[in-house]
Design a protein around this ligand. Structure first.
Ligand SMILES: [Zn+2]
Length: 543
């Protein structure tokens, strides 16, 4: 009798527990709504935030708002009792010569600053001089022993200048086995090229710009000419080996190669095939560059929910707060409001934080992180990864979002960086529950996976998700969706008109994506395993 009663009681208790879990999860999902998303979006893209540039009143107001919202939601401060982490930065301007003169076997050639070349010196030194620096064509500037590829084999580039191609060999060779085919690998990014040049001890590194293989036009690269640029204020700025980094145009490269008795396209072809050896171009140049800088401190913002069972393990949700500030007026608008980039993702993140507080307390910690200076080169997130309150080896995953359009619901979830880790399976499972399909980024050659705040996490061995509805809006269909998205990149992205219009913009997709990533995060936060890297990923570590 007692036994039977006990069993009945246990069963009742079990149903009660399961029931309360489900309803808690349902409550959490119900907490998402367009109104709340719009409220945060309106504030975060308002003119009063002046385009959210670091070190301005825009920063003060944005950071204060995020902190206020995190407190309201009930998050704990992530940095020793504070919601903010000071990020020491240097605003550095390199003044480069109008003409970059190179001595070649066929005589002197000259490249015009801004039009044909751009350069900068990330070093705290007022005058930087290179004398008679020899130029080496170093192919793609890649050293990847795991792939049996080394552009620096048999050549010492210490103290020399290397000219390298953007993207990776598969882009040109049509091979799909070495560098992930058409998709850009991290070794294809300019950032990697400069890092490798530093490791090889080269004194300077210039990347040849081609629009197709870079993924953006020359104007994006040349924008930096004689302009202030932000850097993290650390030892890397004191004594770099690679003093000068920059770009030259494809036409400038053709001119330089031809003057060195080489054909640019032929050399590119050779560099795209395994076994290529870097070539001394028999050219040299001297250059003088002047630096000016100002030091200031900006802030990362983060709050978290402490895990109930494994508080030192953490899932990171990420959405950068900074944008481009104020510029010249276009159609009467001078403020870069950055509504899609990135007020939308901040609202997305805050709504997920609220859902986590509504649902059952997670077993692992969940961090809601809004870095500074993403637009300046992922500086806030880079600093955070080096100075995180959580151990990177216990950081389970980073779920980042950036540039979310207000087009309504999508049939798809487009995953940028598909194929890197087991996190893909989580997206597939949860997308299915929403009746959506998963597809890979249709333009992986643009290297978008390496162009937002997930990159420092990837480099620290933490798998990341960068995904959203992007390919097939429910009413528009694929083709028209693509047109809308192309239009955004062409006419709105990083322009003053990236605004939020509450009357006409449709937040259904943003809301759906917030639910999706809450569900993925919630699963990760209650598991004990760590999602694994796929072996072919260039970020692979065994974890
Ligand atoms: Zn952004």
């Amino acid at each position: 009798m007692f036994k039977q009663n006990h069993m009945r009681q246990s069963l009742f208790l079990l149903i009660l527990i399961i029931g309360s879990c489900t309803s808690k999860h349902e409550l959490a999902l119900k907490s998402f709504n367009n109104n709340d998303l719009a409220k945060d979006l309106i504030v975060l893209s308002a003119d009063s935030l002046q385009g959210r540039a670091p070190f301005t009143v825009g920063e003060t107001r944005t950071v204060a708002y995020l902190e206020k919202r995190m407190k309201e939601i009930g998050l704990e401060p992530a940095f020793d009792g504070k919601f903010t982490q000071g990020v020491p930065m240097v605003e550095l301007t390199s003044h480069i010569p109008d003409k970059f003169i190179i001595q070649t076997p066929k005589g002197e050639i000259s490249l015009k600053s801004g039009d044909e070349y751009t350069a900068w010196c990330s070093i705290l030194q007022e005058e930087i001089k290179l004398n008679s620096s020899e130029i080496v064509f170093a192919g793609f500037g890649i050293s990847a022993p795991d792939k049996g590829w080394d552009d620096f084999k048999g050549i010492d580039v210490k103290g020399k200048t290397i000219i390298v191609l953007v993207n990776d060999p598969d882009y040109y060779s049509g091979d799909t086995t070495l560098f992930n085919g058409k998709a850009m690998t991290y070794q294809g990014r300019w950032r990697y090229k400069f890092e490798e040049a530093e490791r090889q001890g080269a004194a300077a590194c210039f990347v040849v710009h081609e629009e197709g293989s870079a993924g953006y036009p020359w104007t994006v690269s040349s924008l930096r000419t004689n302009k202030a640029d932000y850097n993290i204020d650390d030892d890397r700025l004191l004594n770099p080996k690679c003093l000068i980094t920059g770009w030259i145009t494809k036409d400038a490269a053709i001119k330089l190669f031809s003057s060195c008795n080489m054909d640019y396209e032929t050399m590119k072809g050779k560099a795209s095939v395994k076994g290529f050896h870097s070539v001394d171009m028999n050219a040299k140049y001297s250059i003088g560059i002047n630096n000016k800088w100002v030091k200031s401190i900006s802030s990362n913002v983060a709050g978290f929910i402490k895990g109930s069972e494994r508080p030192d393990e953490v899932i990171v949700f990420c959405a950068h707060w900074d944008h481009l500030g104020i510029g010249p007026a276009v159609n009467g608008d001078s403020i870069y409001s950055g509504a899609s980039d990135n007020a939308a993702a901040m609202s997305w993140m805050l709504s997920i934080a609220k859902a986590f507080k509504t649902g059952k307390a997670p077993k692992r910690s969940v961090l809601f992180f809004s870095p500074t200076a993403e637009e300046a080169g992922l500086l806030g997130s880079t600093y955070f990864v080096d100075n995180s309150p959580f151990d990177m080896s216990k950081t389970v995953a980073c779920i980042n979002n950036d540039v979310i359009l207000f087009l309504g619901k999508f049939k798809d979830v487009t995953v940028t960086g598909y194929g890197h880790s087991e996190l893909d399976n989580y997206i597939v499972d949860e997308a299915k529950k929403q009746g959506r399909y998963v597809c890979a980024d249709p333009n992986p050659e643009n290297g978008m996976f390496f162009r937002s705040d997930q990159l420092p996490f990837l480099k620290a061995g933490v798998p990341a998700i960068f995904a959203k509805g992007y390919s097939e809006q429910v009413e528009l269909g694929k083709e028209k969706t693509q047109q809308k998205i192309d239009e955004y990149w062409r006419t709105i992205y990083h322009k003053q008109c990236d605004n939020f219009y509450p009357e006409t913009d449709n937040l259904d997709g943003l809301c759906e994506d917030a639910k999706l990533f809450y569900s993925i995060g919630n699963r990760l936060a209650n598991e004990s395993s760590f999602p694994k890297w796929n072996k072919q990923s260039e970020f692979y570590v065994n974890r």
